[in-house]
Ligand binder design. Structure first.
Ligand code: ADP
Ligand code: TZD
Ligand code: MG
Length: 577
């Protein structure tokens, strides 16, 4: 119905109430409990943001759409509800698209809502303001993409987006809203009726009893079993079931990065500190919400050792099975249902994992922990990674409900190994892509969605990708403490250009003071040159809840190329010196 038609109805039947695209979209979001929007304003969604805020939706306004998108994606991970990111057309949409692809790759539910220009002009390529065929561009980068052209379809459009984002394997969804849609007017009552409250958006997916039995049979025959917990297991929020299953089985477990804390890293069965041993020596490996991608060396090769292995895999996505190696016992379903079914199938007399194996794993783990301990206690200045991380490790132990955000190369790999986690979904990081730039978006969403204090451990390069959002953190006065591991560069600050005066590609301005950035916006900036100073500053920040940025000076020579994944770099045999 056109606006003119609606107005004439209005004149004839003055008593009839009208609504429009703006209001219907807001009502549809609220009806489905989507009460926070992360975005950047501009044509054609500026008024939408204002009206949403006036209607009680929390609208968090960022400095760059990629950070808003990353915030929405991790909000989805933390809450199991799709995180919503709102952008303007073409360039804003493209800025948000990186985060949408990231969400899809990581199996996080999110909806990118972008305003777009008029179909008529876009399709004839007549050069509209910020013209782009956004729907076509988004499609290959997300789980589903929809466009709504009529106000009466807003309810259905959002319902489809929500279902696509959270059901089955979660992921990113694109929702295209042309400018004209927002102003479309329709009868208010008919509008309300057109809205859809999504019932059971992510239905339980019960595994087949035969698949459960097959998995238990394989597990029963194992001499050296291992459980690998991935971020899918953390996402599933089946924490109690997973804990019961792991403990009843007595099997050592290895948490992937974001699954750390699902059971505490200090749990007697945790094999985190014996990673290479368990991967090499295990004979049966059960994957729970973890893919056999590059992070697990595709389930083959040197790190998996010589001994043949059998894989059991629990995943909601049937196509994940056999993606890299043969899965002898696929269990397809949601993790809560699968783990409950396994627990039930184990019965009362399940024999715990063989003690010679679990004993050997414990021994190895204790050796490795003891080896690391003295390195974490040094008080060197400038700091090395271990001295700085030793302090942060204690702080997280004392404040286990804080959320840890982590990105960088050495800063990531070493923090992941050193900092123990104690509670589920408290560690969020670079994820499946190892992407830099998630930092500040994750900090903001973690603080907003959970209300808990946030500690970000950031490489100086990593921080730079989203650093401008410190203004956003100050503006919303969020309890975020950012620690920059400042080693003057990417991996190290020591590279030199041997042929010219330009700096080497991996180094930054020496002795930068990132703490001044926070001060510029009214937050607290601290320059810390020793572990003792770092400890005092982080504790003060966590106690006060004030936005804080600590510039932690790290020895520029301390890091290694690409952190722990330097082996992935191609080598040139012709490399010029
Ligand atoms: P990690 O990086 O921690 O190893 P991945 O992202 O590779 O974890 O794997 C997560 C897996 O979890 C994906 O294959 C995804 O399909 C699966 N998954 C996500 N949510 C659920 C769920 N509720 N039930 C079952 N599987 C899930
Ligand atoms: N761009 C994006 C989006 N993601 C990436 N992962 C990279 C570039 C490449 N990259 C890494 O993989 S780690 C890293 C880059 C640029 C930064 C490492 O430096 P840092 O950490 O200062 O953050 P350390 O402690 O100096 O190693
Ligand atoms: Mg660095």
């Amino acid at each position: 119905m056109s606006v003119t038609a609606a107005k004439s109805i209005d004149t004839n039947q003055a008593e009839r109430e009208l609504t429009d695209g703006f209001n219907l979209m807001i009502d549809a979001l609220k009806l489905n409990g989507l009460t926070t929007i992360y975005g950047v304003p501009g044509i054609p969604i500026t008024d939408f943001g204002r009206m949403a805020q006036a209607a009680g939706i929390r609208v968090i306004s960022f400095r760059h759409e990629q950070n808003a998108g990353n915030a929405a994606s991790i909000a989805g991970y933390l809450t199991k509800k799709p995180g919503v990111c709102l952008t303007v057309s073409a360039p804003g949409f493209l800025n948000g698209l990186t985060a949408l692809a990231h969400a899809t790759t990581n199996c996080f539910p999110m909806i990118l809502i972008s305003g777009s220009s008029e179909r008529e002009i876009v399709d004839l390529q007549q050069g509209d303001y910020e013209e782009m065929d956004q729907l076509a561009i988004a499609k290959p980068l997300c789980k589903a993409a929809f466009r709504v052209l009529h106000a009466q379809d807003i309810g259905i459009g959002l319902a489809r987006a929500i279902r696509a984002a959270v059901s089955g394997r979660p992921g990113g969804v694109y929702l295209d809203l042309p400018a004209k849609l927002f102003g479309q007017v329709m009868d208010a009552e008919a509008g309300q009726k057109s809205l859809v409250k999504v019932i059971d958006a992510a239905p339980a997916q019960i595994p087949a009893p035969s698949a459960v039995k097959r998995a238990l049979d394989v597990l029963k025959g194992a001499k050296r079993p291992l459980i690998i917990l991935g971020k899918g297991a953390a996402y599933a929020q089946a924490d109690d079931e997973i804990k019961s299953f792991v403990e009843k089985s007595g099997i050592p477990f290895l948490p992937m990065s974001m699954a750390k804390g699902l059971l505490p890293d200090t749990h007697p069965q945790c094999a985190g500190a014996a990673r290479s041993t368990v991967l090499k020596d295990a004979d049966v490996v059960m994957l729970i919400g973890a893919r056999l991608n590059w992070l697990l060396s595709h389930g083959k090769g040197k790190s998996w050792g010589e001994a043949p292995k059998k894989f059991i895999q629990i995943d909601i996505e049937p196509k994940e099975m056999d993606s890299n190696v043969e899965i002898v016992a696929p269990v397809v379903g949601d993790i809560g249902s699968c783990v409950s079914a396994l627990l039930e199938g184990m019965g009362a007399n399940w024999a715990a994992a063989p003690s010679d194996w679990t004993g050997a794993v414990t021994k190895k783990r204790e050796e490795n922990v003891a080896k690391m301990a003295p390195r974490l206690m040094n008080n060197n200045s400038p700091m090395d990674y271990h001295g700085a991380l030793g302090v942060l490790r204690t702080i997280i132990k004392e404040r286990p409900d804080a959320i840890l955000v982590n990105e960088g190369a050495n800063t990531l790999d070493l923090a992941r190994g050193v900092i123990d986690m104690y509670q589920p979904r408290k560690r969020i990081d670079v994820g499946t892509w190892g992407v830099m730039g998630i930092g500040m978006g994750y900090c903001i969403a973690a603080a907003i969605e959970t209300g808990k204090p946030v500690l970000a451990v950031e490489g100086d390069s990593a921080f730079g990708f989203s650093g401008m959002e410190v203004e956003t953190i100050c503006r919303y006065n969020l309890p975020v403490c950012i620690v920059i591991f400042n080693n003057d560069g990417i991996y190290r600050g020591t590279d030199v250009n041997s042929v010219g005066s330009d700096p080497a590609p991996t180094v930054f301005v020496k002795g930068s003071r990132y703490d001044k950035m926070m001060e510029a916006f009214g937050g607290v900036g601290v320059h810390a040159t020793s572990p003792d100073e770092l400890k005092r500053a982080v504790n003060a920040a966590m106690d006060s809840g004030k936005p804080t940025l600590i510039n932690a000076v790290i020895d520029p020579a301390a890091g290694s190329e690409s952190g722990r994944i330097g082996n992935l770099n191609p080598q040139s045999v012709l490399k010029k010196k």
